[in-house]
Design a protein around this ligand. Structure first.
Ligand code: IPE
Ligand code: IPE
Ligand code: MG
Length: 250
């Protein structure tokens, strides 16, 4: 895919000391279903394999010093999938955490979520809340799961909160600016992602971090999520490193 980068063999060889590792990487993990279909397997097998990739990428992101890793796990639009698939996806956070939480704790990883968590099935919500609780004092990588997340609903909900406060004279019009507005989003304590990756060859945001990604560097790769690995992440970081971010300037 990037022939000039393919020569290096082991996964850590790609990044040099000069490589600028983004503080926040956000990933649209896409292609689980197609991965399974190619193998004549049920789609949920693709999601299971995708969960193994989440573990590998979390380990690697932690090892190379990423501060925030945000993973799009379930969108507000994904409820429209067949019931069996939705049920399986809602089981995954619990499965993931029951097998991986000890390692997350050992690696000093802090688990957080963005999204409308209240609307998740109770077993999903409780598994996630337990992981958040058990890792809340950790100071290494912050692993953010976007669960029942939608960028437009996030913005609308921010507007509703602001309108309610305005009605009660709790805020003034002049206080509504970009910085304050960000404080009403799920990401209020998280810096904007410098690098946003989408796997599987699709090149769209699908309602992910639409406010926060306004100046992110986008890297689209053809690899299906279950096949994405540490080396592939390094390639994306290398591409990011070679980009020239201008923020409207010169
Ligand atoms: C991404 O894989 C995982 C979720 C959206 C939950 P998909 O399930 O979208 O896989 P494709 O796009 O159908 O291959
Ligand atoms: C985006 O992928 C959502 C997640 C990765 C969780 P989708 O597969 O749902 O997006 P579309 O439908 O192709 O836009
Ligand atoms: Mg998809």
């Amino acid at each position: 895919m990037f022939p000039f980068l393919k020569k290096k063999k082991n996964s850590n060889a790609l990044l040099t000391n000069d490589t600028q590792v983004p503080e926040h990487i956000a990933i649209i993990m896409d292609g689980n279903g197609r991965w399974a279909k190619q193998r004549k397997m049920p789609r949920i097998k693709g999601h299971y394999e995708g969960m193994q990739t989440v573990k590998a990428i979390t380990r690697h992101a932690s090892d190379i010093g990423v501060k925030y890793l945000t993973l799009y796990a379930f969108s507000t639009e994904n409820w429209s999938r067949p019931k069996d698939e939705v049920n399986y996806l809602m089981k995954l956070p619990g499965d993931f955490l029951s097998t991986f939480l000890p390692e997350l704790i050992e690696k000093n990883v802090k688990v957080q979520t963005i999204g409308f968590i209240d609307q998740l099935p109770e077993h999903t919500r409780l598994a996630v809340l337990e992981a958040i609780e058990q890792t809340k004092h950790n100071t290494g990588l912050t692993l953010v799961f976007a669960l029942n997340y939608g960028g437009r609903k996030e913005i609308v909900s921010a507007v509703q909160m602001i309108a309610a406060q305005y009605k009660e004279n709790a805020i003034d019009l002049s206080e509504i600016n970009e910085e304050n507005f960000s404080q009403y989003l799920f990401t209020k304590d998280i810096p904007d992602p410098e690098l946003l990756i989408r796997t599987s060859g699709e090149e769209r945001l699908s309602n992910f971090l639409i406010w926060q990604s306004s100046y992110s560097e986008f890297v689209f790769v053809d690899t299906l999520w279950p096949d994405f690995d540490a080396h592939a992440l390094d390639e994306c970081i290398e591409i990011y490193h070679n980009r020239h971010r201008r923020f409207g300037g010169l």
